[in-house]
Design a protein around this ligand. Structure first.
Ligand code: UD1
Length: 374
């Protein structure tokens, strides 16, 4: 039977996008008779430690298009992706544009594709923090509103999407592609060796990551650092810092290294996951780390007032501290409390989400353009 290959353009831009889309790119490449897959990297993250290392470790081939947008205000960054992506989509004329998560690159791609009448498939649809002061929440709402296929991995997502008017037939609970990456690379993660290389003991240190504006761009950062200097007297603290976090700490004139505390450069995927798997706990404001910690059974203390990933609290190892640096002193007690409660994995966080997504894409029909291309 004659079959036309479906053309899929995947758009990534930031560090967590790579872990979410790597398995899907692999699954698409594994079905070459059905799919023609093209990768666009917007360049929202561009430092080698924020981008290249992930392509290497996750085995993602070089992008077909690099848009090199770099940093800027939200409007500048989003607009720049839009301007540079439009000619790529004009050239490629894909059947779908596949977008992950909630970063500015994701929203930009959703807007460009939907206005060109190209069906949009959103991976990690339906997450909601209900906090519109987070730029990501705006991005999530708008991406889901224009997407034609909504791939979810969180049990409450479908209810939110339907309540916002999304078509239930467009929603597919597929599991978590970020966990696919973890499952696929588990033996390399376990063998990475960073715990001993850094002179640490499994279960004898706390990992810290902080990068959100609500914390890093406010006086709360100095308060957290003071708490970490204190905590480092009790247990080793390892803090791989996003470049903007490192710059903010330095701008405050605060030290990056104190006895018991190391603020390091950002880490690659394998080293970070190795260190996460052996940590006493992780203190973070990241979204993805809440999920990875739940998968690994590592207590996660989230320094935010809310989470768009409530399943990591209700079923997993996550606990919301609030945007409250003073609560860092409670960490040892809270870790015991998390360890004492039962935890299990959310449904389908099993390493096969990408295959389910590709199966849906293969079967999806009737996704004809909804608007004429300009
Ligand atoms: C972005 C996402 C955030 C995600 C995070 C993952 C948005 C709105 N935010 O935040 O949701 O959790 O990525 O890491 O899209 N910088 C570098 N090198 C880089 C990239 C950035 O030094 O490779 C610095 C620049 O000073 C830049 C700043 O970090 O201005 C912020 O980068 P940006 O991509 O705007 O946001 P993130 O904080 O990384």
């Amino acid at each position: 039977m004659y079959m036309t290959r479906k053309k899929v353009v995947t758009v990534v831009g930031t560090r967590p996008n790579f872990m979410k889309m790597g398995p899907i790119l692999g699954a698409l490449a594994g079905r070459p008779e059905e799919f023609d897959s093209t990768l666009v990297h917007t360049g929202q993250h561009y430092d080698a430690a924020m981008s290249d290392v992930f392509f290497e470790e996750l085995g993602i081939g070089a992008p077909d298009y690099s848009l090199d947008v770099g940093s800027g205000s939200h409007a500048q960054q989003t607009a720049c992706v839009m301007q540079r992506l439009e000619p790529v989509l004009e050239q490629e004329q894909p059947d779908y544009v596949l977008i992950p998560g909630d970063v500015n690159s994701t929203l930009a791609a959703a807007l460009v594709a939907s206005k060109m009448g190209i069906p949009v498939a959103h991976v990690e649809a339906g997450l909601r923090s209900f906090d519109r002061s987070m730029p990501e929440e705006i991005n999530r709402l708008l991406c889901d509103r224009v997407a034609d296929l909504l791939f979810t991995h969180s049990p409450e997502a479908e209810e939110y999407l339907v309540s916002e008017g999304c078509d239930p037939a467009a929603i597919h609970y597929v599991g978590n592609t970020m966990i696919d990456t973890l499952v696929a690379l588990r033996s390399r993660i376990d063998a990475e060796g960073g715990i001993s290389r850094r002179g640490l003991e499994p279960g004898g240190y706390m990992l810290v990551t902080l990068h959100r504006p609500a914390l890093v761009d406010t006086p709360l950062l100095a308060a957290v650092m003071e708490e970490l200097y204190e905590l480092a007297g009790e247990m080793r603290v390892l803090f791989p810092a996003h470049p903007r976090t490192r710059a903010a700490i330095q701008d405050l004139g605060l030290p990056l290294d104190m006895p018991g505390l190391d603020v390091t450069d950002p880490m690659g995927y394998l080293e970070f996951l190795h260190l996460l798997s052996g940590a006493t706990a992780v203190l973070t404001d990241s979204g993805g780390i809440q999920e990875e910690a739940t998968y690994l059974g590592v207590p996660c203390l989230t320094l935010r007032d809310n989470t768009e990933r409530p399943v990591t609290v209700s079923m997993g190892t996550n606990m919301l501290l609030g945007l409250r640096p003073d609560r860092v002193t409670e960490v040892p007690t809270l870790v015991d409390a998390i360890q004492a409660r039962p935890a299990k994995l959310p449904p389908l966080w099993d390493g096969n989400a990408a295959n389910r997504i590709v199966e849906v894409l293969a079967g999806a029909k009737d996704l004809a353009p909804t608007a004429p291309a300009a």
